[in-house]
Design a protein around this ligand. Structure first.
Ligand code: NI
Length: 217
């Protein structure tokens, strides 16, 4: 296995739609998958899409630790969670030719980061509840429901396959910040809201608390 070079924002490979994987038995596909998993883990990312490692193919890998999802249990009902896997983490998943559809129109805004935009994070609206599907490396079909951060990672990675970066999904570019300034930014926001007597929006308990809220993908 090998750690691959990650393309950064501005590289053309991140801007063009990736091609469907047509042959699951292609000789280098398994090797590419293994290298992507190793690269994602080395970079401590939550997910990685093939265009990020200079391969314009519709292939993503992701894994979400249980710690990242713990905060979401509070606000979601446990029966649905058991079904969607929220709260227990998401095991390492490899999806070939993935796609998703929102299950309702509701979106959440939360901090997001990207291994192709190192050092930065921004608030990105994403569908809260989705169904997604794709082909596993063994040829079987994977189909799941996902909520919260799990759903967010899948949407982020699928965007990479269409040449879209998180900056293109942001509603408020003033929240594009260096992660090293995150704590200062949040303090500034809290002060602004207190002095304005503005309503302080409810924040997802899992996000906006430093680095753990901004797993890059
Ligand atoms: Ni990314």
């Amino acid at each position: 296995m090998a750690i691959l070079k990650i393309a950064r924002m501005g590289h053309p490979v991140l801007r063009r739609p990736a091609e469907a994987v047509s042959d699951l038995d292609a000789p280098d596909l398994q090797r590419l998958i293994e290298d992507m998993v190793e690269t994602m883990r080395d970079a401590e990312g939550a997910g990685l899409a093939a265009p990020q490692v200079h391969r314009s193919l519709r292939l993503i890998v992701f894994a979400v630790g249980p710690n990242r999802l713990r905060g979401e249990e509070v606000e979601s009902d446990s029966a649905a969670d058991a079904e969607s896997g929220a709260g227990a983490g998401v095991p390492l998943t490899v999806l070939i030719n993935p796609d998703y559809a929102p299950l309702d129109e509701e979106k959440d805004e939360a901090w997001e980061a990207c291994l192709s935009i190192p050092g930065l994070a921004g608030r990105v609206p994403r569908y809260r509840h989705i169904r997604y599907w794709g082909t596993a490396p063994d040829g079987s079909t994977v189909e799941r429901e996902a909520k919260g951060f799990h759903a967010r990672v899948v949407q982020h990675e699928c965007d990479h396959l269409d040449g879209v970066l998180l900056t293109q999904r942001m509603a408020d570019m003033s929240t594009l910040i260096f992660t090293s300034e995150m704590n200062r930014f949040l303090e500034g926001e809290a002060e602004a809201q207190a002095s304005d007597f503005r309503h302080v929006p409810e924040s997802n308990p899992g996000d906006s608390h430093g680095e753990s809220g901004t797993n890059a993908a």
